[in-house]
Design a protein around this ligand. Structure first.
Ligand code: GLA
Length: 384
């Protein structure tokens, strides 16, 4: 990366910072409903090499063939003041500059940055949060800002909400900024707490497969905003601030008092927070194998109640469970993206191939399947 940086900008970078993508094990769309979620950082990272300049120019480039090929290469040039006007992939990085300056009134001099990533884009594994968070930790250090991680979470969310225009919550940035190796993070969006939960997958001989459906989503324009409004409608009718206040045994009492589709959204949110709590408890007890059926229940809830799955992902989940996965579900914001499957590591290759074949046989594109390990959150990369 140092060489690529020197080729692009004619000098050595001051350092390289990186952040992982994330997989959400369970607890979907709970973040903007005050619920629980249990994500982990994955061993696919976005790296940003940065060198400060002594003027107010900002130049960003990517040599990431995989991640941003569709938007072409080349150097994007802006100034500190125009960073908020960025479009395309660079707005996730330049949006950070804009938000820091506008929200906190802080910043430093301009910089050159080179981005490289092997976090797939549009898959539901938070490539955008990875880029925002890598940029945040880089600029925090280079501009000597001393921003807390929890504050970085909020700033990353602002980039999504205000620069990108996606009305998302804080799940992705929390996962990417707080992740630790071999751990998931139990996020409580009402209490605003984050607890590290040792996963123990490796010791138990387990692995998570990501099954990318190749169906792409866009949370700025897709159904994400509709779901968010439906959840707000459910909360308004139920007279609660967030759906977290509704207990599992109260769900059915609301059935006749709201439109059926709104009630289904409520049922998904309330039961998925319950599932996240149960999965976290089982993992803590050293029983990671036993979470499989809960993951699959979560998928049924997303498919039938939240209605944010797509046929190619339903086919992948069905196939995974049929050919021997312990559990499987849609992960991330939905309307495309990927499924995850919990599998015995020794069976991983066989299951991955069988799922891909079954999805093709069901009439969908051949999914891209890869295994992930729980990895470290955003950080400065050690120099080689
Ligand atoms: C996307 C959003 C998150 C969260 C998930 C669904 O990843 O960015 O804030 O709402 O969808 O759990």
């Amino acid at each position: 990366m140092r060489e690529a940086f020197a080729t692009a900008f004619g000098a050595e970078p001051d350092g390289i910072w990186s952040a992982p993508g994330r997989v959400n094990l369970i607890g979907e769309h709970t973040d903007y409903n005050g619920g629980l979620a249990l994500p982990f950082g994955i061993d696919r990272r976005t790296r940003v090499a940065v060198r400060l300049r002594d003027d107010d120019v900002v130049r960003v480039a990517t040599d990431s063939a995989q991640a941003h090929a569709d938007e072409g290469g080349g150097i994007v040039t802006a100034t500190l003041a125009t960073a908020g006007e960025a479009t395309g992939w660079s707005r996730y990085l330049l949006g950070v500059v804009h938000v820091l300056r506008r929200e906190l009134g802080i910043g430093g001099t301009g910089f050159d940055a080179l981005v490289w990533s092997d976090v797939p884009v549009g898959v539901g594994v938070s490539s955008s949060a990875a880029l925002e968070s890598a940029a945040l930790v880089a600029l925090d250090e280079l501009w000597q800002l001393g921003i807390e991680r929890t504050e970085m979470v909020r700033l990353g969310q602002l980039v999504e909400n205000e620069v990108v225009g996606a009305p998302t919550g804080t799940l992705d940035q929390s996962a990417v900024l707080l992740a630790q190796r071999d751990h998931a993070v139990l996020l409580d969006f009402r209490a605003e707490t984050a607890e590290q939960v040792p996963l123990g997958f490796e010791a138990a001989g387990l692995e998570i497969l990501v099954i990318d459906s190749l169906v792409r989503h866009d949370h700025a324009t897709g159904g994400y905003g509709d779901r968010r409004r439906e959840c707000e409608e459910a909360a308004r009718i139920a007279g609660v601030t967030t759906l977290r206040e509704i207990a599992v045994d109260e769900i059915e009492s609301w059935a006749d008092r709201m439109p059926p589709h709104v009630h289904r959204r409520l049922r998904h949110i309330v039961t998925d927070t319950d599932r996240a709590a149960r999965v976290a408890a089982l993992v803590r007890e050293g029983r990671p194998r036993d979470i499989g059926p809960i993951l699959t229940d979560g998928h049924v809830s997303q498919r039938d109640d939240f209605e944010d799955s797509v046929p190619a992902i339903d086919a992948a989940v069905d196939a995974a469970v049929t050919v021997g996965a312990l559990g499987a579900r849609l992960t991330g914001g939905g309307f495309g993206g990927a499924a995850i499957a919990l599998v015995d590591a020794s069976e991983s290759a066989r299951i991955g191939a069988a799922v891909a074949d079954a999805v093709v046989a069901a009439g969908h594109a051949r999914p891209v399947v890869f295994a992930v390990q729980a990895s470290q959150g955003a950080r400065r990369d050690p120099e080689a």
